[in-house]
Design a protein around this ligand. Structure first.
Ligand SMILES: *Cc1c(COP(=O)(O)O)cnc(C)c1O
Length: 364
C-alpha cells in the first residue's frame, strides 16, 4: 500500500504469550479469546497459528463461521450464545459451543426441535451473574436452568461460568465478593468451572478453575492499568508503523496542527507521519504521547488528523523523510500509548482498520 501504514503481526509472539498463559493456568485448560477479529489482529491467522489451543472464544456466530470456513477444528465458544433461535441449526452443524446467559435463551433452546435428532450435541457454558450485572442468570434462575438443561436430550455437557468486573484492579475487594457469590450459587451443582480473564488468570489463583479465558495477554499487553510484572513476560504481537513523510523547522511560539493546541516552547523540528484517526490511531491521544522514530522516542504534538499526525523530532535529529515510526508494539507498549489517550490497549487494537495493511510474520 502506498502510504505504508502497516500492522505487523508476529505470530511467534502470539504463541509465546499463549504459552505464558498456559504456565499460569497450570492444569486448567485455556480458551483463547479471539473475538472482534482477534482483538483486531486477524482471528483466522491467529487461530491457524495456535493448533495447540484447547478452545477459542468469539462474540457471535459470524465470527465462528469464519473460523470454521478457514478450517479451524478446535472447540469454538460463542461467548454471548445465540442472539436468535434461527442460528441454532448452524451452531449444531458446525459444532459450536454456547454460553447461555439468560432465561430467554434457556426457554428458546428448550423449545427448539432440530430437524435431525442430535443427542448430546450441544456443549453449554451456563453463565451466572455474580455481580457484573451485564450478562448471566441470577442464582435461583441459574439452578433451575441447570436442571432443565441437563434434562434436555440435545444438551451434552453443561459448564459453569461467570465474569469478574474488577480483576484488573489489584486488591479490589469486589473480586472476592463475586467469587464467593459464585461458589455459593453453584454449590452442589456439577460442572467444570470458568471464571478467569487475563487479569484473573495472572493475579487471582482462586479464580483459576477448570477453564481460563485469557484475551488481552495473548496479544502481549498487560491487562492491568497499573505497572505489573506480567508486562515483562509478554511479547507484543502487533506493531503499528508508518512513514515520516515531511519534516520542518519551526520557531518558538509557532503552533502545529488543527486548533493550534500545541505551541513550540523553543525552536523545534517537527515531523509528519502518515497515519491518523482514519486508520485507527486514537484522535484523543494528547500532546506528549510517545512515538518511536528510528527506534528513539519522539512525542506527539498537536491534534491527530485523519490521515496524519505530527511529532516533535527535536530529540531525533537524524530523522529523515521516509524513515519509519512505530506507534505501538515493539519497543513501545500499547498500554502506555492507551493511557495518553484515556483508553485501554483493547480499544487501540480493535480500532486499527482496513486502511492499514496487515503483514503476518512468524519471526519471533
Ligand atoms: C473478552 C472476554 C474475556 C477475555 O478478557 P481479557 O481481559 O481480554 O483477558 C474473557 N471472558 C469473557 C466473558 C469476555 O467477554
Amino acid at each position: 500500500m502506498s502510504r505504508h501504514a502497516e500492522a505487523v503481526i508476529d505470530l511467534a509472539h502470539f504463541r509465546h504469550n499463549y504459552q505464558v498463559a498456559k504456565t499460569y493456568a497450570g492444569s486448567a485448560r485455556v480458551l483463547a479469546v479471539i473475538k472482534a477479529n482477534g482483538y483486531g489482529h486477524g482471528a483466522i491467522q491467529l487461530a491457524k497459528a495456535l493448533p495447540a489451543a484447547d478452545a477459542f472464544g468469539v462474540a457471535c456466530l459470524d465470527e465462528a463461521l469464519e473460523l470454521r470456513a478457514a478450517g479451524v477444528t478446535q472447540p469454538i465458544l460463542l461467548m454471548a450464545g445465540f442472539f436468535d433461535v434461527a442460528e441454532l441449526p448452524a451452531i449444531l452443524a458446525h459444532q459450536l459451543d454456547l454460553v447461555i446467559h439468560s432465561c430467554e435463551q434457556v426457554d428458546a433452546l428448550l423449545a427448539f426441535r432440530p430437524s435431525a435428532p442430535s443427542a448430546n450435541a450441544l456443549k453449554l457454558w451456563l453463565k451466572l451473574d455474580s455481580g457484573m450485572r451485564r450478562l448471566g442468570l441470577a442464582p435461583e434462575a441459574f439452578r433451575c436452568a441447570w436442571r432443565r438443561l441437563r434434562a434436555c436430550s440435545l444438551v451434552g455437557e453443561v459448564r459453569l461460568m461467570s465474569h469478574l468486573a474488577s480483576a484488573d484492579v489489584p486488591g479490589d475487594p469486589f473480586v472476592a465478593e463475586q467469587i464467593s457469590s459464585f461458589d455459593a450459587a453453584t454449590a452442589g451443582i456439577d460442572g467444570l468451572v470458568s471464571l478467569a480473564n487475563s487479569a484473573a488468570l495472572v493475579a487471582l489463583p482462586q479464580a483459576r478453575r477448570a477453564w481460563v479465558r485469557p484475551g488481552i495477554m495473548l496479544y502481549g499487553a498487560s491487562p492491568f492499568a497499573v505497572p505489573h510484572a506480567i508486562a515483562a513476560e509478554l511479547r507484543p504481537v502487533m506493531t503499528l508503523r508508518a512513514k515520516l513523510i515531511a519534516t520542518r523547522e519551526i520557531s518558538a511560539g509557532e503552533s502545529v496542527g488543527y486548533g493550534q493546541t500545541w505551541r513550540a516552547g523553543q525552536p523545534s523540528r517537527v515531523g509528519t507521519i502518515a497515519i491518523g484517526y482514519g486508520d485507527g490511531y486514537p484522535r484523543h491521544a494528547r500532546s506528549g504521547t510517545p512515538v518511536l522514530v528510528n527506534g528513539r522516542r519522539a512525542t506527539l504534538v498537536g491534534r491527530v488528523s485523519m490521515d496524519m499526525l505530527t511529532v516533535d523530532l527535536t530529540a531525533v535529529a537524524a530523522a529523515r523523510t521516509g524513515d519509519t515510526a512505530i506507534l505501538w508494539g515493539a519497543g513501545l507498549p500499547a498500554t502506555e500509548v492507551a493511557a495518553w489517550a484515556d483508553t485501554i490497549s483493547y480499544e487501540l487494537f480493535t480500532g486499527v482498520n482496513r486502511r492499514v495493511e496487515f503483514l503476518y510474520t512468524a519471526g519471533g
